[in-house]
Each structure stands twice: as C-alpha cells, then as structure tokens.
Design a protein around this ligand. Structure first.
Ligand SMILES: *[C@@H]1O[C@H](CO)[C@@H](O)[C@H](O)[C@H]1NC(C)=O
Ligand SMILES: *[C@@H]1O[C@H](CO)[C@@H](O)[C@H](O)[C@H]1NC(C)=O
Ligand SMILES: *[C@@H]1O[C@H](CO)[C@@H](O)[C@H](O)[C@H]1NC(C)=O
Ligand SMILES: *[C@@H]1O[C@H](CO)[C@@H](O)[C@H](O)[C@H]1NC(C)=O
Ligand SMILES: *[C@@H]1O[C@H](CO)[C@@H](O)[C@H](O)[C@H]1NC(C)=O
Ligand SMILES: *[C@@H]1O[C@H](CO)[C@@H](O)[C@H](O)[C@H]1NC(C)=O
Ligand SMILES: *[C@@H]1O[C@H](CO)[C@@H](O)[C@H](O)[C@H]1NC(C)=O
Ligand SMILES: *[C@@H]1O[C@H](CO)[C@@H](O)[C@H](O)[C@H]1NC(C)=O
Length: 591
C-alpha cells in the first residue's frame, strides 16, 4: 500500500514523458532526466510480426523497414537496428539516419548527422568541439563563455568573440558598449550617449492586446461570445448557430438557445427531455444505450453496448458490451470479455483453448508447468534448474549463461568466467576496464572509459567541468577546481553482479527506503521492513522499524529512491531489488 502511493508520482512522470522518446532518431533535449522511464526501453517489441513479408520471432529479432536484425527490442535507424543505450541515430531532413556508436541516444544531441554528449561537448556550426566551460555556447564556429565574453556581429558579416569589458557591456554591431552610459541606435553606427534623442525611441515598448475571449470576473466562466456567467447560481444558454450566450436563472429553461419559463416544446407538444450523445430523446418512450436510442420495452432497462436487455432475460450474457443470446448453462464471461465454458475451456489473453487438466496460461498459449517453463508469455521445455531471462529460459546451474536485465548471454562463446562477467543494464560489459557503467535508478549506461571523467548517475561528465552530488550535476566554477567527492561512496550494482562471498557469507542488510535526508555532509536514511541476513547459515532476523542508517558522504553516494527495496553489502555495494517480486527469494536462490 505504502509503496504504491509513493510510486504514483514517478509512474505519472513516466507516462507523461515517455512519448518524447518513443520515436527513433529523435532530438533529445539536454537536461531531461530520462532515468526514471528508461526501463521501458528494454525489450519492448511486440510479439509476432511480419518483416519484409516473412514471419519472424520477436524474441530474437527486430524488424526495421523490412530488414530483420538479430536482437530483440532494438530501435530502428532507417533500415539499421540499434540499442538506444549504446548508440544514437541522427537524421537530417530526408537523409537516411546515421548511427553514432558508443553515445547513448538517451543522453545525446545531434550535430548534423553525428551524435555527441552535450555535457562534455559542444556543437558549433556542425562541428563537435570539446567543452572547456560548463556554460560555453557557440559564437559562429567558436565556443564562448557567456559570463566573461560577448558574441558580437551577425551571421552575414561574421561573428566574433570579445572579452567582456564589464558586466554592463553589450554588443552593438561587431563591437561592445556600456549600457549604463550609452545606447545602441543602429548596428552600423557607434553607440550614442544615453541623453541622445535616438536612445529614447529605441527603448519604447508596446503592449499586446487580446480580444479573443471575454475577461470574466474571478469565479465566472465565459458564456458564448462576450458574456460571462456564474456557474454556481446561473446557467449559460448558448445559441448553437450564432454562438451568442445568455445567462439565465435556474427556474428558466434553455431550448436551443432560447430562454423559456416552460419545458421545451416541439411540434408534438411538451415532453420530458434527456440527452443521448448529441441527440435528445423522451425517456418515457425511448431508452439510450451507448449513444443509440431504441424503443423502450417494459422491463428492459439494462444496456449491453447499444442493446437494451432485461435482468430477467434467460440464456443471455453480456460480455465486453456484446449481448450473447441462447447461452447454454455454465458459461461465463472471461476477464478479457470472452464467452466460455469454464468446465471445458480455458481463456489465455484473447484465445480460447480446450482445457486439459493441469494446463495453465502462458501468454496466449497453454502450458504444462510440470515439464515446461513460462517466461514472459513464451514457453520452453523444462530441463534441469531453469530460470527465466526475459522471454527465454536458461539452466542456472551450468554457470555458462549470464542474464543481464532480461537479455541472455552465452559466456562460453565469449570465453568468459561467470565471476567477472558484469552487466550494465541489459548489456554484458567487456572484460577489463575499457568500459564504464554509469547507473541511475532505472537506467544503466555504458561509456568508453576516459581519464578525468567520473560517473554522475547515468551521465559520464568531464570532472574538471562538472562536480556531482548524489547523482546531480553542478557546473564547476573556474575558481574552484578541487574535487568535491573525496570519500568514495558505495556503488550501485545489479544483484547478479554481487560476489557470492559478499552476498552469502557475510551479514547483509535488506530494507525499504522510506525517506532520505542530508545531515551535515552525511546521508541519513530511514528504512522500514529491514532484515539482517546471513544466507549461508539460513539466518534471517527482522530489525526494529524504522531503522536509521547513515552513509558517511552524501554527495558520493548514489541516488536512492524512497519506496524501493535495497540490499546493503558491507564491502560497499548496494543493489536495488525493486524489480524482484520477492527480494528474499532472489537472494537465497543465488546462495
Ligand atoms: C565503441 O566502444 C568499443 C568498446 O569500448 C570500441 O571497441 C569501439 O571501437 C568503439 N567504437 C567507436 C566508433 O568509437
Ligand atoms: C576532444 O578530446 C578527445 C579526448 O581527449 C580528443 O581525442 C579529441 O581529439 C578532442 N577533440 C577536439 C575537437 O579537440
Ligand atoms: C575536460 O575539461 C577540461 C577543463 O575545461 C578541458 O581542458 C579538457 O580538454 C576536457 N577534456 C575532454 C576530453 O574534453
Ligand atoms: C549629454 O550629456 C553630456 C554630458 O552629461 C553633455 O555634454 C551633452 O551636451 C548632452 N547632450 C545632449 C544632446 O543633451
Ligand atoms: C471487446 O470490445 C472491444 C471494443 O469493441 C474490442 O476491441 C475487443 O476486441 C473486444 N474483446 C473481445 C475479447 O471480444
Ligand atoms: C538444481 O540445483 C540444486 C541446488 O543448486 C542441485 O542440488 C541440483 O543437482 C540441480 N539439479 C539439476 C538437474 O541440475
Ligand atoms: C573550493 O571547494 C572546496 C571544497 O568544496 C572548499 O573547501 C574551498 O573553500 C573552495 N575554494 C574556493 C576558492 O571557493
Ligand atoms: C542469527 O542472527 C542473529 C542476529 O544477527 C544472531 O543474534 C544469532 O546469533 C544468529 N544465529 C545463528 C545461528 O547464527
């Protein structure tokens, strides 16, 4: 209950912002926190599809403009497929999109057809430059620093960067002037002293006016053109053709824009009116079902879609707003709206199957849990100790496969050992230190390792430009380039990457974060449902609630989301278990 209420704003944000990222090759506005909804990008492709006229399995392939590519749930860049977390697609007018590798589209902008990281780079006149100031902007082809420099001139004659003589200096043509003593009357003339006559006219301002809707008093609402009414005491009678409105009191009636003291009349005389969609009808004679008016039959006062029916009608069932007649005894409506016979049939999503004893649903199909395993709606033969990884199944006891956020990797093919294979989101990282994984709640991004760069949430900034506090970037002022994060904080890792000896043979803490606050430089955390766990001995004990936990350095610790459940390992690792339906089971099954 508690978790749900806490998560609601987050989910709403997800829904509101998701469409911005759903199209491929899209410009990605700098500064939007994508981390909260990026989880949606993993494995989102639909079930069965036709690609270039051929049926393909969406569990293994992605289809881009009729071309089939290996890998599920990828994005398309023209005919090519790519992962949003590993590359960016830039398009320019009607050119086919071009891919830039090793720059995630979730954090990039496009510079012509090439993508770049706007935190560390700048796009000036279609050239990508390394950023040397956090707030640098472009002045034609050159970068400039708005605090100390001016960008004067124009596109035609060329722009130039000038060192600002004071904070009161502004551009006038291709030179600067002090706006406290002068004004700029024309780009081509020199600045005039403030008492010059042209200075007065250059600063005149004008007012806009808006006559489109009437200005109503507070509490009032517009009624047609040019009138207002108070909705608590009055009605608004709008003429449907002239759009003129009149306010009226409650004892009057409004008949098609005309006020009257009597019920509305038609040629047949006065009658009761009710509205049914855009029509009016007499409820004594007719019934309105889903916008359709039918003749009223005594007793038939229920609607099934557009059809009226009576509660005492026999052998009739209304499923999914469709009325089924002549229904045999024992039939029911399935939650999806199908008519079926539970003693003989089973409904899986939208398909009705004959029910063999012991069968369950797996997606639209049925399966037998005794000898099959169902992974995300895909069934597989059960062999040995099987677990699901996304829609696939694998044998966990062999140690040959690694599951990264629903994507399965065969380590033997790559000649890798299980213990040092690490995931970054749904990607298996290369061995060694050529890659850096930066994590924020819900999003892990992989970057080519660069010296002088440090993770900040899911971003990877040049640390001489930006400092980072708890996943939030701050521009470093040029005066202070000393590093802020002195004490290295705990790292956020996926549960599958925690070492068995840390997870199983030392005491770990499991708990749900209720709230987080800063106390001096420390991070203070309130946890509920906390337990201490020594898995190798099967020792689990509950801890007093609430439990107060302190991290020594707020800034160097990862962002923690209230409502999420974490495991805390003494060696300095934290893992977010919110995606695990049973955190305790997930931990114990690793040990
Ligand atoms: C992308 O990164 C991989 C691994 O770090 C590297 O092998 C590859 O050359 C990079 N590609 C580009 C285009 O930078
Ligand atoms: C930007 O920095 C990278 C890494 O230091 C370097 O390889 C590259 O040449 C630089 N680019 C420019 C345009 O200076
Ligand atoms: C990182 O920022 C510093 C300071 O502005 C700059 O000198 C350096 O070139 C940047 N490094 C890269 C690779 O962009
Ligand atoms: C503007 O002010 C300056 C000095 O304050 C004065 O010398 C000059 O005559 C004034 N010009 C006009 C047009 O008033
Ligand atoms: C339920 O009704 C909707 C709307 O008419 C329709 O799209 C859907 O296919 C129906 N479902 C079933 C199971 O018939
Ligand atoms: C399944 O796993 C358990 C515990 O790890 C092991 O004892 C058993 O032998 C495994 N079964 C198979 C068929 O691999
Ligand atoms: C620079 O930052 C450090 C650490 O935050 C601080 O101790 C120091 O006083 C700052 N120096 C200046 C000149 O602001
Ligand atoms: C289990 O853990 C509790 C609390 O950490 C401890 O007091 C107890 O001795 C442990 N029991 C065993 C059998 O390890």
């Amino acid at each position: 209950m508690e978790r749900n209420t806490m998560n609601t704003p987050l989910r709403m944000f997800v829904l509101l912002t998701l469409p911005c990222y759903s199209a491929h090759g899209q410009f990605n506005p700098f500064g939007i926190p994508v981390s909260v909804h990026a989880g949606k990008f993993y494995g989102m492709s639909p079930r069965d599809h036709i690609c270039g006229g051929v049926n393909y399995r969406s569990l293994d392939f992605t289809c881009c403009e009729g071309v089939r590519h290996k890998g599920a749930g990828l994005s398309c860049c023209g005919k090519r497929a790519f992962s949003l977390t590993q590359a960016s697609c830039c398009t320019y007018s009607l050119e086919p999109g071009q891919l830039t590798l090793n720059v995630s589209q979730l954090v990039s902008d496009c510079c012509g057809l090439r993508a770049y990281d706007p935190l560390n780079q700048l796009c000036c006149d279609s050239r990508i430059l390394n950023r040397t100031q956090p707030h640098a902007k472009c002045c034609g082809k050159e970068p400039y620093d708005e605090d100390n420099q001016l960008c004067c001139g124009n596109i035609i004659e060329g722009r130039k960067v000038l060192a600002k003589m004071s904070s009161h200096h502004r551009c006038c043509g291709d030179h600067q002037f002090n706006q406290q003593s002068h004004c700029c009357c024309s780009e081509t003339l020199s600045p005039e002293p403030l008492n010059a006559s042209c200075c007065a006219s250059s600063s005149s301002n004008y007012r806009g006016n808006d006559a489109s809707s009437p200005n109503c008093m507070p509490g009032e609402r517009p009624c047609g053109r040019g009138a207002c009414f108070n909705p608590t005491t009055e009605g608004c009678c709008e003429n449907p053709t002239s759009l003129q409105g009149k306010r009226y009191l409650r004892h009057q009636t409004c008949c098609e824009g005309i006020l009257s003291r009597n019920p509305c009349k038609t040629a047949q005389g006065p009658y009761n009116v009710a509205s049914c969609g855009s029509q009016v009808y007499n409820p004594d004679i007719n019934i309105c079902c889903a916008g359709q008016i039918s003749h009223r039959v005594l007793g038939k006062n229920l609607c099934c879609g557009k059809t009226p029916y009576a509660v005492e009608d026999r052998r009739v069932l209304c499923c999914n707003q469709t009325l089924h007649r002549g229904v045999e005894a024992g039939h029911q409506c399935s939650p999806g709206g199908h008519l079926y016979l539970p003693s003989r049939e089973i409904v899986c999503e939208s398909r009705v199957h004959l029910n063999n004893p012991g069968k369950h649903c797996c997606g639209e199909e049925t399966y037998n849990p005794q000898d099959e395993i169902c992974c995300n709606g895909h069934k597989h033969r059960r062999l040995g100790n099987m677990s699901c990884c996304g829609g696939k199944a694998y044998d966990t006891s062999s140690g040959q496969m690694k599951c990264c956020a629903g994507t399965l990797y065969d380590l033997q093919v790559q000649g890798r050992l299980t213990e040092d294979a690490q995931c970054c989101g749904n990607i298996l990282m290369e061995a060694g230190s050529t890659q850096t994984c930066c994590s924020a709640p819900g999003l892990d991004l992989l970057y080519p390792t660069q010296s002088g760069f440090t993770c900040c949430g899911h971003r990877y900034p040049n640390s001489s430009l930006w400092s980072c506090c708890a996943g939030v970037l701050h521009p470093r002022s040029e005066r202070n380039t000393t590093s802020m994060n002195m004490i290295p904080g705990p790292r956020l890792l996926p549960l599958g990457d925690l070492k068995t000896e840390d997870l199983c043979y030392t005491e770990v803490l499991l708990g749900t974060v209720e709230s987080v606050s800063m106390k001096m430089n420390e991070r203070s955390i309130v946890m509920v449902n906390a337990m201490s766990l020594l898995a190798s001995r099967g020792n689990v004990s509950t801890l007093p609630s609430p439990l107060y936990h302190t991290l020594p350095d707020h800034c160097s610790s990862p962002e923690l989301v209230p409502g999420n459940t974490y495991i805390w390992v003494k060696t300095g690792f934290i893992s977010d278990l919110s995606d695990h339906s049973s955190p305790l089971h997930s931990i114990l099954s690793r040990c």
